[in-house]
Design a protein around this ligand. Structure first.
Ligand SMILES: NC(=O)c1ccc[n+]([C@@H]2O[C@H](COP(=O)([O-])OP(=O)(O)OC[C@H]3O[C@@H](n4cnc5c(N)ncnc54)[C@H](O)[C@@H]3O)[C@@H](O)[C@H]2O)c1
Length: 246
């Protein structure tokens, strides 16, 4: 067995025998979550749309002695969310954890500069991925009478220059509170976390530069992000373009 994936696990095995579906598991927070849950005993199903990064995480987990499979596809499409849960059920027979981590800001600019296509892309990436995956996993958790879903919002719901992203993540908060009340009596927990700027401890991460009043710049753009759209913001100067994280 290879060395520790995360020395902070300190031998904990809180997920022994459980199956965890991690969306966005190919890099960043999703990768760190997949590696940590695997180290604590979970069998992992990575749902991501980038093969290269997902393969790397999966290989690290297997090298450690853990179980991991991948379902590749754009999770903003219902059929790919359904295929992800089917892959988990066919491989491991159950789904104990769904960590809905796929998402992230694409652009950082005043709202009047967002095109309809950009707004749609932000909603697809940071809202529909989670909505479809919640819906696709629920029948399996209801059948089991147990399960835990964790959605990931952001402190940026109260920030500026990312209105579509803020709306997408606020939508996830609403989805979480409503669904949690609906399924608690079925033994299913639904929670949402809202981190601030987070640099996951992932050796495969690209460097993440900062500029302006937010996190912006082309060189830190994550795998799977749509291409940059050039522009200029009169208030912020040249911080217009694809953003990262929070
Ligand atoms: N990093 C931060 O500072 C921060 C802070 C608050 C919230 N968040 C949220 O945490 C999550 C992870 O952030 P990160 O910085 O680790 O992101 P990241 O860009 O490093 O990784 C995102 C992963 O999700 C995958 N992905 C994106 N869209 C997808 C889609 N439609 N279908 C399938 N896979 C898709 C990407 O391929 C990538 O592997 C995001 O939802 C983000 O909004 C991040």
């Amino acid at each position: 067995m290879a060395g520790e994936l995360d020395p902070r696990a300190a031998g904990a095995r809180r997920f022994d025998g459980q199956v965890a579906v991690i969306t966005g598991g190919g890099q960043g927070i999703g990768s760190a979550t997949a590696r940590r849950l695997a180290q604590e005993g979970a069998s992992i199903v990575i749902g991501d749309m980038v093969a290269e990064t997902s393969d790397r995480v999966c290989a690290a987990i297997r090298e450690f002695g853990g179980e991991c499979v991948i379902s590749l596809g754009d999770l903003s499409r219902w059929e790919n969310a359904e295929a992800l849960m089917r892959r988990a059920m066919e491989t491991y027979g159950r789904i104990d954890v769904l960590a809905n981590i796929a998402g992230g800001t694409i652009w950082f600019q005043s709202f009047q500069y967002y095109t309809p296509e950009q707004i749609q892309a932000e909603m697809d990436r940071s809202f529909w991925t989670a909505m479809w995956c919640c819906r696709a996993t629920l029948p399996h958790m209801i059948q089991q009478g147990s399960g835990s879903i964790v959605n990931i919002a952001t402190h940026a719901v109260t920030g500026r220059f990312r209105v579509p992203y803020a709306a997408a993540k606020a939508g996830q908060i609403g989805m979480t509170t409503s669904l949690a009340r609906e399924v608690a009596h079925l033994g299913i927990r639904v929670n949402c976390i809202a981190p601030s700027g987070t640099a996951a401890d992932d050796p495969g991460n690209a460097p993440r530069p900062r500029c302006g009043s937010g996190r912006a710049g082309a060189t830190g753009v994550g795998a799977g992000r749509p291409a940059a759209v050039p522009g200029f913001n009169p208030q912020l100067g040249n911080t217009h373009g694809p953003a990262r994280g929070s």
